[in-house]
Unconditional design. Sequence first.
Length: 727
Amino acid sequence: MTDASATSPTPTGSSSDSPARRSQPASTPDPTADEVLAGVLETAHTDTSIRPQDDLFRFVNGQWLATAEIPADRPSSGAFTTLRDEAEAACRQIVEELAEHFSSVAPETAPEVLTTNRGRVGALYEAFMDEAHLEELGAEPLAEELTPVLDASSKEELARVLGEMTPIGFMGVVGADVEVDINDPERYTSWIGQSGLGLPDESYYREEAQAPLRQAYVAHVARMLALAGLAESFGAPGEDLAERIMAVETALAKGHWDRVTCRDVEKMNNPMSWQEIVDSAPGLPWHEWREGIRAAARTAGIEETAFLDEAIVTQPDYLPHAAGVWQETDLEDLKAWTAWHVVHGRATLLSGAFVEENFDFYGRTLQGTDELRPRWKRGVGLVESCLGEALGEIYVERHFPPSHKSMMEALVGRLIEAYRRSISSLEWMSPATRERALEKLALFTPKIGYPVRWRDYSAVKVVPGDVLASVRSVERADMVYSLSKLTKPVDRDEWHMTPQTVNAYYNPTMNEIVFPAAILQPPFFDPQADDAVNYAGIGAVIGHEIGHGFDDQGSTFDGTGKVSDWWTSEDREAFTERTSALISQYDAYTPEVVVAKHRAAGTEETEIPHVNGALTIGENIGDLGGLGIALKAYSLALADAGVSSVEEAPVIDGLTGLQRFFYSWARIWRSKSRPDYAELLLTVDPHSPAEFRCNGIVRNVEAFYKAFEVDPKDALWLAPNERVSIW
């Protein structure tokens, strides 16, 4: 789940003189009455000139869309960002209290305080907030990482330096990590794949429409190099260096797989031995690079490591391509490119000139955001990224009552039961595949609120007043944490999000659904709300994450988390037929904010970017299954209360149960984005824009047609034979 979404795209079939302006039929409750809007709907936010049959998203959120202003320091705003702001404010209170406490301790007791998580959090935040000290330092903190790059006298030596940079996250033309082995989920293994770019996606290096952005990127790189004094170090103008860096990245990008191809689990699953990796791309100095990684591991405290003894190679044909680029590129250009990525990776931890220049490109130019986030917000973000569970433990103590966890456990249980019943009755699936699907569902592991065991940060040495030294300690500890997995059994208690994160996820190798504490708030979850509201809110979120276990990627894993073809060929073909239809639907959608931007610029209509149905198919399957199963779970809750069907649910505030359910669904997708950000997301985000997560889903759900008596004259009407139902 994410709030990455665009604003009010045009609904299919609507126009300025469309049925969207017709009056409300008498059989549907009048949404203009305050008593109707007092419950799930919010009077000030609805647009009663629009009918839900034509545009559910704008009917529920129209006035909010028209009047809400995106904060100057954000690229978007909406239900998710509101909750994130609240979680951020709660975390601010915690870190400022801890920083104030740390600043008050006597010097002789500070070392002892720094052995506690509270001391680490307080000292790290305090160090980041000392802006004056960072201004004094300027580019000086970069020397530790830049000096070895500048001193490299051969490509082999540079490869070793790149390996030594593993803790900071930039390893050169390829990247590597440790994750669960999808072929044997009882163990960890190394993963290796494409890397090396500074723009968000390989398409930015090749598409003509991105030419102005490429020019802006080169200018940005030149300015950053100048700030770091690298033009003098290389004895070349910054603009010339930036062009050469761009040439390196453009060459690498030509071998990168696109994001849709990277969704193909079968294509990405290529186990190889170390020697096979080396033999596949002999032009790369693999051994020097790996020795650099081992040197970094020794510095961090690991004397021996099996890292890369074997690995899953995610883009195997990229490796020989990268080797060709490495061989054909001059050493000085490779050094300049490496130095640029060092500066880029550290920019947010340096003086104001670096921070502002970094934001000017990645915030203003790429996302259209007006203002840099206040320093306290960036400080909270730093603590989150470095000591997330230390902060999360305190957040849970203060903001997540045990009653919320027990209520969520009951909701999750009901959603899983609803899925079980739905899968059991699927007409398009054979008994053999259905049995395997039910086996997988029975093995789902829900995680709610917070981990049962908190992360150990004892290896982190926060240095008071030195934010970069502290971050480097975190990076070394993270490297040890990661590489140590290779000698241990899989940790099934590990979380990949902190409790204060407003999000949720499905992990296919663990077959687990995870719901951090911070998302369990209104409008997603309200203990005082009507069941219809909660099931369309948090219930649909739960259903969405379960649905990922059966989407285009998740359906290739069995219940143990292993890649396995448990489908009959006929059932896989039937599944593909349904998903292909959904892809076609979403390919036809274009966010209105992007349309307006391009029309103003004179772009040809056929050249205006649209949703990539193949990129977003997994999330769209999750949304479609999530809402449908949430509705089934709502009906189970009603049955437990003695109500025979959803249609017989009590009318509240003049709204039927189905209407409240769909209004709640529309409300959780309330969102608007800046034009540049909305367009960026069309390229890089596997989630569809907000309106289509709302409208694009309900037009495939039969109950929506019943709730609002939708007919062929309505904009959201979809012919019965075109409606997609999967789970």
